[in-house]
Design a protein around this ligand. Structure first.
Ligand code: KIV
Length: 278
């Protein structure tokens, strides 16, 4: 899958499903599950690095995580998912030269074939235009943009007609600047649906309703591994509890003096299985 293939997918009416990954293990999981597009999202700052926001993650960290995800992919080269890396906060906001250098590093040093960046202000549109003309495919991201948390918070965006019109203009600007797809996060479903029909590029939603060309989810949220999930992302299973119960079971069985855990280097039994919580 290449960035340009996504427009054809939209035209064919086949949904685009994108999942996040942050290391070799999660990359292997989402690839095995059939993800055709894998995003190394800067949500990893919160999900796996323990930061309170996405702002602290650095370009070097994003590149390192993208390299790790790529190492987890097992399909033959031409059949691997499209790998996209988020440009982190302050790696593209200081001007077009800085943005080309940052995105260029991502493409040179990792197997990512595209970058994603947030926002639709004229400065960001100029950055995207320059990146695209430098040969770097760009996915846009509008609506709830976590890098602007201190300005916009985490609430639903574009709730009134004026901000909806602003977002619509920004989406059209991003398309004109050459984005190959657009993520719309936490916006009203009817706005996402009408933008999906207005834009030639695919609209990939998260908390933007079902009337999108595709959906993206943070894998750790879907698996119920994060301490709390955003309101628009229901977990598929109680992953945290399952993991904790399984580990607790192993620790209990490991301390039973009457039953050895291994004999001649082989486990005598699996750790106590726990009932699924979902
Ligand atoms: O960082 C991320 O995981 C994202 C998705 C929520 C789209 O940007």
């Amino acid at each position: 899958m290449r960035p340009g293939d996504l427009v054809a997918r939209k035209q064919a009416g086949r949904p685009i499903l994108m999942l996040t990954a942050w290391d070799a293990l999660s990359g292997a999981l989402v690839e095995e599950a059939g993800a055709e597009v894998v995003l190394v999202g800067d949500s990893l700052a919160m999900v796996v690095l323990g930061h309170a926001t996405t702002l602290p993650v650095t370009l070097a960290e994003m590149i390192g995580h993208t390299q790790a995800v790529a190492r987890g992919l097992r399909r033959p080269r031409g059949q691997q998912p499209l790998l996209i890396c988020d440009l982190p906060f302050l790696s593209y906001q200081c001007g077009t030269d800085q943005a080309v250098a940052a995105a260029g590093r991502v493409l040179k040093e990792s197997a990512a074939a595209a970058v994603k960046l947030e926002g639709g202000e004229p400065e960001t549109v100029a950055v995207i235009d320059r990146l695209v003309r430098s040969g770097i495919p760009v996915m846009g991201h509008l609506g709830l943009t976590p890098q602007s948390v201190h300005r916009l918070g985490y609430r639903r965006q574009a709730r009134d007609p004026i901000s909806q019109e602003r977002l619509r203009r920004q989406a059209l600007d991003l398309e004109a600047a050459g984005c190959f797809a657009l993520v719309l996060e936490h916006v009203p479903a009817d706005l996402a649906g009408s933008l999906r029909r207005q834009l030639a590029i695919p609209v990939i939603g998260i908390g933007a309703g079902d009337d999108c060309d595709g959906q993206v989810r943070v894998t750790a949220d879907l698996l119920g591994l994060t301490p709390s999930q955003p309101p628009f992302s229901a977990p598929l299973l109680a992953g945290r509890e399952l993991c904790v119960d399984a580990l607790r079971g192993w620790m209990q069985s490991a301390t039973r003096p009457d039953a050895p855990l291994e004999v001649d280097g082989r486990p005598t039994r699996p750790a106590t299985p726990s009932a699924p919580h979902c």
